[in-house]
Design a protein around this ligand. Structure first.
Ligand code: PDD
Length: 281
């Protein structure tokens, strides 16, 4: 496996970054995960838009042009001969003597890109089975719309999910409304067949898969309502599902141990999943 690290393509096992990198010490950096299908990046433009926004929000100067960054991503995909999987891109503020405040001197952001193959069959199998989620309080900071590498609350939530025999954790705000999953966007389908997902804002990541799934729904003539929903409403929903770049659309069949509808993957979620790549760019 080959990784890209600060201008070089190196064997993955030897890919290293500096111990004084602010990403390492302060989680001072951002990332993107983009699906690879048939060797191409899915919704590449949207991921680049979000990356640039994340950088801007943290005042990290883009280390290279969008075109150059795109060429790096293509190159790691080609060098690893990945046809189906995902690319991980991380940009941290760079190396500076440890001091909390952002360095005043111009430092070079550190850029890392890796790719991983995933088996479509395994993903497909998971979708056909559906997954279980548990819920827990959302205790993250209030700017999770920025895709930073500061993911400790998410990591803890996923670990608790795994310990409970679930695949994902849905995070719940102080008023009882679901914000999102630890690494996915949360959706339900009402008894009337309307898709419901929380409106974008500072409390959730503006998911790229969410955006494309909305376009898929429009094409399929399924209504999407952007509003908050509670755990209770989700438990009584006709369907529930999650979206994200690594899993696309995955039906949720159980929430906190209670089955969603008949406990089988929902037909609307599966329909969206089947049509997804006809709409994605
Ligand atoms: N996670 N919400 C959170 C907190 C996420 O971390 C992600 C993505 C999403 C879905 O966003 P998108 O559809 O753009 O992938 C929602 C990535 C895949 C990850 O951390 O691995």
């Amino acid at each position: 496996r080959i990784a890209y690290v600060n201008g070089r393509y190196v064997p993955h096992a030897q890919a290293q970054v500096h111990i004084e990198d602010r990403g390492y010490q302060f989680a001072d950096g951002v990332y993107e995960v983009c699906e690879i299908l048939k060797g191409r990046l899915v919704d590449r433009r949207l991921h680049m838009d979000r990356l640039e926004r994340s950088l801007r929000e943290l005042s990290i100067t883009p280390p290279m042009s969008r075109l150059a960054l795109g060429m790096v991503l293509d190159e790691v995909v080609v060098r690893n001969r990945v046809r189906e999987g995902f690319v991980y891109l991380q940009i941290t503020r760079g190396v500076a003597r440890r001091d909390h405040a952002f360095p005043t001197a111009d430092i070079r952001p550190a850029v890392v890109a890796t790719v991983r193959s995933i088996s479509r069959e395994k993903n497909e199998h998971t979708a056909e089975e559906g997954i279980s989620v548990i819920t827990m309080p959302d205790n993250r900071w209030e700017r999770v719309d920025i895709k930073t590498v500061g993911l400790l609350p998410n990591a803890i939530a996923k670990t608790k999910a795994r310990e409970a025999g679930a695949k994902e954790a849905w995070l719940v705000d102080a008023d009882g409304f679901v914000t999102e999953g630890a690494s996915t966007t949360a959706w339900i389908v009402t008894q009337d067949g309307v898709l419901v997902t929380r409106p974008n804002g500072t409390g959730i990541l503006p998911g790229i898969t969410r955006m494309t799934a909305t376009r898929v729904a429009e094409r399929e003539g399924i209504r999407v309502e952007e509003r908050k929903f509670t755990v209770d409403e989700a438990k009584r929903a006709r369907e529930a599902f999650s979206t994200g770049a690594t899993t696309i659309i995955t039906p949720i069949v159980e929430i906190d141990g209670s089955p969603v509808a008949n406990g089988k993957p929902g037909s609307i979620a599966m329909r969206l999943r089947a049509a997804f790549h006809e709409v994605a760019e």
